[in-house]
Write a new protein. Sequence first.
Length: 202
Amino acid sequence: MISIEKAHTIGDRWAKYLKNKGNDLTNPISLNKIILNIPSFNTIKQFVANRKLTISIHGQQASLDASVFDNFNNLLGIHNVEHRYGGRVKQKENKEVKELFGTDNILKLGLNPEYTHISLLVYTPGSGTPMHFDGLEKDEYRFLTAASPWDWGHMLQIHDKVITHWDMGDTYQVPAGIWHLSTSVGISPKYSFAITGLKNKG
């Protein structure tokens, strides 16, 4: 744990960096909630129980000086560990997660199922993803879907919007270049689907 003084110093440097990049919490964004019909929490928990998830550190892949991102979070002592299954590079896992999530839900998001990849993320208590923005390919869209009931210490922040008290299936688009973070600091794991894909033109 770092000292209070050091936390203020590093936080001020972070704030100056973000301001120089045009990120200002006093300039609100608008978010629309999309409600999806996803499998029950018991079904999702059983899916996870039957598979080995990868424990990964969140990586910054967008056009940002990664050393700046990593240094700020490391200096602040913010360590991200997430349990992940599926995603862009693990095709077999991605296929399984897409089947769990459902083609109807992918289409409801306006995405082309053939060009959509989905990760199932699980944050155990005391973990979370520090503030970051996603490195999306050209014309890609990113959505986050609540895959577990809201509980103590579960929170998602997208720019100035702090999201709590969700129902399973509540979904929000994370616009390209928008900073966001997610935490589970209560008593139960927080499950989320991260959906990335191209718009369906059919």
